[in-house]
Design a protein around this ligand. Sequence first.
Ligand SMILES: Cc1cc2nc3c(=O)[nH]c(=O)nc-3n(C[C@H](O)[C@H](O)[C@H](O)COP(=O)(O)OP(=O)(O)OC[C@H]3O[C@@H](n4cnc5c(N)ncnc54)[C@H](O)[C@@H]3O)c2cc1C
Length: 381
Amino acid sequence: MFRQEISPDLAEIRPVLRKFTDEILEPIAQEIDRTNTVPQRAVDVLREHGYLGMRLPQEFGGGGHDLLTYCLALEEFSRAHRVFTLILDSTSGLNPIAIAKFGNPEQKDRYVRKLATGELTAAFALTEPGAGSDSQSIRTQAKKVDGGWVINGLKHWISGADKADLILVLAVNDSAKRAKGGITAFLVEKTNPGFHVNRVDTTMGSEAIKLAEISFNDCFVKDSDVLGEVGFGFKVAMESLNSGRLGVACSCIGAAQRLLEMSIDHAKNRETFGEPLSERQSIQWMLAESETELSVARALTYESLRRTHNATDIGTSTSMSKLYCSEMVARVADRAVQIHGGMGIVKGYPVERFYRDIRHYRIGEGASEIQKMLIARDLLK
Ligand SMILES: Cc1cc2nc3c(=O)[nH]c(=O)nc-3n(C[C@H](O)[C@H](O)[C@H](O)COP(=O)(O)OP(=O)(O)OC[C@H]3O[C@@H](n4cnc5c(N)ncnc54)[C@H](O)[C@@H]3O)c2cc1C
């Protein structure tokens, strides 16, 4: 089989990650499915094996690994369950990276080390009922007062916000300027009396993964709780998005690879009309299409990763990777369900869960239409 690698240096790491995923993470994934909760063990095993905070600098207790290694881990861990990619993201993704990059010394000292070890968790609060794809039109307001700011507003579908210790929230401080100098990022602790969790939601994916509606009611924060410069919160958010898109793309590749392997296995072992499914051309074609699309996804995403890593021109390749991979995994999952027949849609079988879980990739972190908009805008500028 034709297999590509992110870089020759990482070729030896993949089997280590694969063994860890198969032997340690997969049994926990099955427990998550059975109980619809995330056991503490899921975090503990990742910590014990050095995967928490892997992309954060060592000075903050992180692993000091680069984006390539981090994305490879996301790809491999997503073979077991999306929960593991979320744990990796919470200790090495947008929130800790943004604080490590834009935080003042006090914020770095107070939060980054604890986020890297999973001792604290943070949520990223941008989306509102009236502002999803069009995130610049958020209404949450931050009003300047003596010694700090008062935040008022409502955010919804915020991943992990029900349990998070810290919320990175985006609020408008100058409605004339908005994304061009009028939106600020603030760090709000869950103990702040002005912060409330109103409702916890689940999606059609794993019930263990929670989103929350949260509100800020006359929520006072100090000047020192501003993350980065006043008015430049959008920069804080958007700078993290490029690597976030590549993380999503790699998670899609890992899930698609697992779905294809399950499909091959089932096709070889399931007999109908006296012959294995794998003897049927219609089934072979589905497998061939999935393998081809996976190879294209890897070629595009790994090249984009290498360019991001080497700080060479990436153009809109991160958008293309996120777009292609999230659409690709949906097609691979659909074929996997078809090949598995009833086993593909009855609850308790992994293909059914993967099929539901991967659907959000086409919506979260910039929906497919928004990625196309960015790619076309670049072409037409
Ligand atoms: C599982 C999950 C986790 C999430 N976690 C977080 C989180 O942690 N923090 C956070 O802030 N947000 C989070 N979100 C919210 C997510 O970012 C939004 O759902 C996403 O940005 C899309 O916004 P929307 O759902 O309001 O859809 P809308 O913006 O209403 O879009 C609806 C549809 O219209 C399309 N569309 C929109 N505008 C255009 C246009 N101009 N042209 C063509 N088509 C268009 C979209 O692509 C989409 O298909 C999460 C969402 C999900 C599903």
